[in-house]
Design a protein around this ligand. Structure first.
Ligand SMILES: [Zn+2]
Length: 346
């Protein structure tokens, strides 16, 4: 093998190299796995001892020399390319898809902040509830239509097993059709006075359209104290709505009947989507925002609270509806569609 010729041609070629691609080709040619020198070094093992001693050190020295040449050229090209490709501030950046919170979750968090500011605790109950918690405790008469399976998703008894000695209704499980049952769970484990909110998902066996879904989110609040006034409740409602919408909102109150309140009312808010003119969200310009009222004495009693000493104030906010109002969404089904084209807007 002619070391001198090899050295001369390698040196001559590397002189003219101007970029990394050429340098890589040079590296493959002179020190790569199939380079003449590499193959020679590998064949040394099979040579007679004399030849090995004669050529081994020379070949190894040449390989080292090539590697140094390569290293030197590599750093000189690197320096040049840094000069040539200095940071270009006009290049568009790389956009990373990092995801974000669902609009309903964002509004829920805003409500949480608004209520926490007013001294409320955040509480959560189970999505699988029972006839006992969601109807019996809620003062629903035995023949109330909401107990029928047309509204509530009941869970087949054989799929949940039976616990011995369970009270009437408490072993008949369902996907909760409303949140109010959660308030009794809280009352049974806390001593008044207290104020808390309990956001969550509810389930109704209903036909869906732009304004109705078979699963949606509610956000309830309950205050229990010695001296509760309806006027105080109204101020609470408008404080919360103005916090969420960042503007004054127009509301109206109507009497409403729900078994678990006495008296009960409905708060409507003028539709922000159409400013009261009427649209597919509201129909007539008003959106049912919140039913509410003072807890029925029977409900306080099952919560372990003496209705002669204590009073309460419920409000139930439709979380999906309030989100639709806030962002001008005209179909509730979009919220649960998982459609990224929709969700990316928030
Ligand atoms: Zn409207």
């Amino acid at each position: 093998m002619d070391f001198e010729t090899l050295r001369a041609s390698a040196k001559q070629e590397i002189e003219h190299i101007k970029n990394l691609a050429e340098l890589e080709a040079w590296r493959v040619k002179y020190v790569g796995r199939k380079a003449e020198l590499t193959l020679f070094l590998r064949s040394l093992a099979h040579m007679p001892l004399g030849e090995r001693r004669a050529f081994g050190p020379k070949a190894n020295a040449l390989r080292k020399e090539f590697e140094q040449l390569h290293q030197k050229k590599l750093s000189s090209i690197g320096n040049q390319s840094q000069e040539n490709y200095a940071l270009d501030m006009t290049q568009p950046g790389t956009k990373y898809d990092i995801g974000h919170l669902h609009p309903v979750t964002q509004v829920k968090n805003e409500l949480n902040d608004a209520f926490k500011f007013l001294g409320f605790e955040i509480y959560e109950g189970p999505e699988i509830s029972s006839e006992g918690y969601d109807f019996d405790n809620m003062n629903f008469p035995d023949d109330h239509p909401a107990r029928e399976s047309m509204d509530t998703y009941w869970i087949k008894p054989e799929s949940v097993g039976k616990s011995a000695g369970a009270k009437k209704g408490f072993e008949k499980l369902c996907l909760r059709p409303h949140l109010t049952g959660v308030s009794v769970r809280y009352m049974q484990t806390h001593k008044p006075p207290f104020r808390f909110v309990y956001p969550g998902r509810v389930f109704r066996n209903e036909a869906t359209d732009a304004g109705h879904e078979c699963t949606f989110y509610q956000y309830e609040a309950l205050i229990v104290d010695k001296d509760i006034s309806l006027a105080g409740g109204k101020i609470l409602v408008s404080t919360i709505l103005e916090r969420v919408f960042g503007a004054q909102v127009t509301t109206r109150m109507r009497p409403g009947f729900f078994p678990f309140v006495e008296p009960g009312f409905e708060i409507d808010m003028q539709c922000l989507n159409c400013s009261g003119a009427g649209c597919s969200i509201c129909g007539d310009g008003w959106v049912e925002m919140m039913p509410g009222g003072l807890p029925h004495p029977n409900v306080l009693a099952v919560g372990g609270i003496d209705p002669k000493q204590w009073q309460g104030f419920y409000i139930n906010i439709g979380l999906d509806r309030i989100t639709m109002m806030k962002y001008g969404i005209d179909d509730i089904r979009l919220l649960h569609s998982g459609d990224m084209r929709f969700l990316r807007q928030f």
